[in-house]
Design a protein around this ligand. Structure first.
Ligand code: ZN
Length: 465
């Protein structure tokens, strides 16, 4: 008998993570992510899903980021009826993220119809709040580490991945009378450089590995991240400017507010207003505090005060967000989306980019094809950036601290494999640009003598049991 894996997404990029696992008549999906980025990529979310969703038994999620979970409401709309298995932390985050994603889809369609700004007439949301609620009702949280039965002879379990709250690698174990095989899906893997999160679990045993390769071709510099951050912070405040940080409310935002409070307490940065501009920021903070199993013991008191800079504010409503946009510096604004694909951050950019006193600081991975990547790569020579179909002058300082990304870099990914107590016989690298996947696959082969390939070259693999 054989097991087959089909990479239906995240095979040539980092979004749309969906891996179909087939074993006999069984079909399962590991992750159910949205394609994000340029329109041509996003349009893939509207293609017919193959195989028919009604033929899939269960979906297992590695974590809540929308590029891994955001297609869930749509797959229910397309006829999926099964359960969604994930950890407690992922379940908590999915509830707020999916509701928010549905709200934005509906708002965008309404805006497009009101202003006739759409090629589709009428514009139809990819999914609705009703679809999101249906998906949420099918979420079943499981504890980490223990094996749970999936089908006759097939078990699964979650192992900490250290990427965001709830994030896990997923292991599937297939067992017949004479054979057994463990397949591990890394999911997005974190590292041991976070101030808030515990690192990924080490000492894993596996026969086959699917590993993410976001930073497969890159090392993040090991600089003093607190010093680097405080230098950017200080010089922006001295100019009377606004430090704009694109970061999703879940994950990076907590890392950043924790660092600011730490630096304030150490007297290394001046105290200025820090505004978290996100409707879901309060729930995200509560979820971060609730899931101590994922947090470092040193990551703050339970009342959340360590995540709150001294002049901390939240703008939950659109009106509050607009007021934040109009205010003068010095101040800090943290807002989403993290890759400038949309959301409130674009209003802040329109307002702040034209002035040299302001700074735009990237602290997360910017996928190819996103506005974030474009701005990051062309910052030095860019005079204008188009936002909401209008040219916006770029005079602000554009900075990046790669170290703050929630992804392990090349050396950390290899280090995670090196520490496995039973190394895989074969590896597929997915979730990265094709070059990044290929580079990591090549290094895995060279360093460990393990057969490795990339999902961009081998979108379907068969594993003999
Ligand atoms: Zn992620």
């Amino acid at each position: 008998m054989s097991i087959s894996l089909s990479f239906l997404g995240a095979a040539e990029g980092v979004t749309g993570s969906r891996c179909l696992v087939e074993f006999g008549k069984n079909k399962w999906l590991i992750d159910c992510g949205l394609f994000q980025g340029p329109k041509a990529v996003r349009d893939r979310n509207r293609e017919d899903f193959q195989p028919s969703p009604s033929r899939i038994q269960n979906i297992i999620l590695t974590h809540a980021h929308l590029d891994h979970s955001g297609y869930l409401p749509r797959i229910f709309k397309e006829g999926y009826e099964g359960s969604i298995f994930c950890t407690d932390g992922t379940a908590d985050l999915c509830r707020i993220l999916l509701r928010d994603a549905a709200f934005l889809e509906e708002e965008f369609a309404k805006y497009a119809n009101d202003t006739k700004y759409s090629n589709h007439d009428p514009a139809i949301p990819l999914f609705t709040s009703e679809d999101a609620e249906k998906a949420i009702a099918h979420i079943e949280p499981f504890s980490r580490d223990e094996w749970h039965q999936l089908a006759e002879g097939v078990c699964f379990r979650f192992l900490r991945a250290g990427h965001i709250i709830g994030a896990s690698s997923v292991q599937l174990e297939f067992r017949t009378k004479f054979h057994s095989k463990v397949i591990t899906f890394s999911g997005d893997i974190g590292h041991n450089r976070s101030f808030v999160l515990r690192g990924p679990q080490e000492g894993i045993e596996t026969d086959f590995l699917v590993i993410e390769g976001t930073y497969g071709d890159r090392l993040t510099p090991r600089s003093d991240v607190l010093e680097e951050f405080s230098e950017i912070y200080r010089r922006t405040v001295e100019r009377g400017g606004v430090l704009v940080i694109p970061a999703f409310a879940v994950g990076r935002a907590q890392e950043v507010t924790f660092m600011i409070r730490l630096l304030e307490d150490q007297g290394r940065i001046p105290v200025v207003p820090v505004v978290l501009d996100s409707p879901m920021s309060i729930s995200a903070m509560d979820i971060c505090l609730k899931h101590q199993e994922d947090r470092l013991p040193s990551s703050g008191r339970d009342d959340g005060s360590d995540f709150k800079p001294r002049q901390f504010e939240v703008s939950a409503t659109t009106d509050q967000s607009m007021m934040t946009c109009m205010r003068d510096g010095p101040m800090v604004v943290i807002s989403a989306s993290g890759m400038l694909n949309g959301g409130r951050i674009l209003h802040h950019l329109k307002r702040r980019l034209p002035y040299a006193k302001n700074t735009m600081l990237f602290c997360g991975y910017q996928a190819e094809g996103t506005k974030g990547r474009f701005l990051q790569e062309n910052a030095a020579n860019l005079e204008e950036l188009r936002i909401h179909h209008q040219p916006v002058k770029v005079a602000a300082e554009i900075a990046t601290i790669t170290q703050l990304s929630a992804h392990a870099d090349q050396e950390e990914l290899l280090g995670w494999i090196a520490k496995m107590t039973k190394k895989p016989k074969s590896v597929v690298v997915n979730h990265g640009s094709p070059e990044s996947q290929k580079k990591l696959a090549q290094l895995i082969q060279e360093r460990f003598g393990i057969k490795a390939t990339s999902a961009s070259e081998t979108p379907k693999v068969h594993i003999e049991l």
